[in-house]
Design a protein around this ligand. Structure first.
Ligand SMILES: [Zn+2]
Length: 417
């Protein structure tokens, strides 16, 4: 089978158990950040399976690895600094963690997946030494230009060992939206263990599987996201590498994320807090330790697709025009899975100049700057990055001047008056 040719790993990413149970199968999809230029429009485009499994042993929800991270992340179109609310979120985090850990000019902060320096710039402003680790050279370059010391590399056990040998272990290791993108979670977490000072703290943010399931966020499944974590599973993985999760926060980013706080096992400075025991108990009660719980999701996803298509077909039959807003990875999963192309959506817009003038992968919907919406006055604006819907609806509130409406597709299609 050709699919076998591309398969890089077999078995569960954490525990190696054979993967036999489908969580959701979204069919074939192109890499969601591979925006197409006008010269490439008539060329072949590789599609890979978006088939998500759940491990019957450790309940890690995961994609099999078809595409190596080198192909995905070395030139990447996602610049963190293009979202105001994300910048604000990370600024608040940096203030809080500097206080909590009493970080100062003698401390050392490492961020894994440091993107364009959107987080570390806050520590630099406070005079705290930092190191960013970012494999996408085009993005890391921007961080370096801002004066943020950045290594253009994938974080790994090997790199952690090298830094530790140079005496560069960290008081704080931070990572936001990187854990899900890691193709070898054991290597990654072992690297954290090695790089962390004896009393150091690691904080990692990732989308919470509980929220993904509750709120139907199937469009956050894409090839760049290899795994989808419950608290119970992530705790198991960290424990296997000698790290204890002593605190956890449920935060609103990316449709509902967890921020976990870890330290070396047995480190008495950080007793395990009530939020950990509460969330653990809640996930158990909801069924995250039973395989059957995971099987309910696929049916809900199909239902969401049918409802969205019903809305779009009705709108088109009534002669309405529809534009998209945003060109995020999640939009590409949604549009490809639902088969929505320019027969429904004339174009989309994005603030990121890197994407403007290009076309969405697979669906080839053109991407324009946001002012295109003012020029064409569409009846509906479909918001693809629904996690930023409030921000977008307030920025674009002028569509109401011509009677335009916002439509949000997830958790189910909703039209805003
Ligand atoms: Zn497993």
């Amino acid at each position: 089978m050709p699919a076998e040719l591309g398969l890089k790993r077999k078995g569960c990413m954490f525990c190696g158990t054979e993967l036999r149970h489908t969580f959701v199968d979204l069919g074939m999809s192109p890499l969601c950040e591979s925006y197409v230029s006008s010269e490439q429009l008539n060329q072949m485009e590789p599609f890979y399976p978006l088939h998500v499994f759940v491990c019957e042993n450790c309940f890690l929800v995961q994609l099999e690895e078809y595409v190596s991270p080198e192909n995905i992340f070395t030139e990447y179109a996602y610049f963190s600094s293009y979202s105001d609310s994300w910048l604000q979120h990370m600024r608040l985090y940096s203030d809080k963690i500097v206080d909590r850990l009493r970080l100062n000019s003698q401390s050392f902060v490492v961020e894994v997946g440091s993107n364009d320096g959107y987080l570390l710039q806050n520590f630099v402003a406070k005079g705290i030494p930092v190191l960013g680790i970012e494999p996408a050279a085009n993005i890391a370059k921007i961080a370096v230009e801002k004066g943020i010391h950045t290594l253009i590399e994938f974080f790994s056990e090997k790199l952690a060992r090298q830094l530790a040998e140079e005496g560069r272990r960290a008081d704080l290791i931070a990572g936001a939206n990187v854990l899900a993108q890691v193709p070898n979670v054991n290597d990654f977490v072992e690297g954290i263990k090695i790089l962390l000072k004896p009393r150091g703290v690691v904080t990692i943010e990732f989308p919470h599987l509980m929220r993904l399931m509750e709120e139907n966020q199937f469009d956050t499944v894409y090839h760049e996201h290899f795994s989808y974590f419950s608290f119970l599973t992530v705790e198991k993985i960290f424990a296997a590498h000698g790290l204890t999760l002593f605190d956890v926060e449920e935060i609103p980013t990316h449709g509902g994320s967890l921020r976990i706080y870890g330290c070396h096992k047995g480190e008495v400075s950080y007793p395990v807090g009530a939020r950990v025991t509460e969330l653990r108990a809640r996930e158990e009660r909801l069924g995250f330790t039973r395989l059957g719980h995971y099987f309910s999701f696929a049916e809900k996803v199909r239902e969401t697709k049918w409802k969205l298509l019903e809305f779009l077909i009705k709108a088109k039959r009534e002669g309405k025009s529809i534009a998209g807003y945003g060109a995020p990875g999640k939009g590409n999963t949604l549009l490809n899975y639902c088969g929505i192309r320019t027969d429904f959506i004339d174009y989309t817009v994005d603030r990121n100049p890197y994407k403007q003038g290009k076309f969405l992968p697979g669906t080839h919907i053109p991407i324009f700057p946001p002012n295109k919406i003012k020029e064409t006055k569409p009846d509906f604006v479909l918001i693809l990055p629904w996690n930023f819907k409030d921000e977008i609806m307030s920025q674009m509130s002028h569509i109401r001047e011509w009677g335009g409406h916002f439509v949000v597709p997830i958790p189910e299609v909703t039209v805003y008056p």
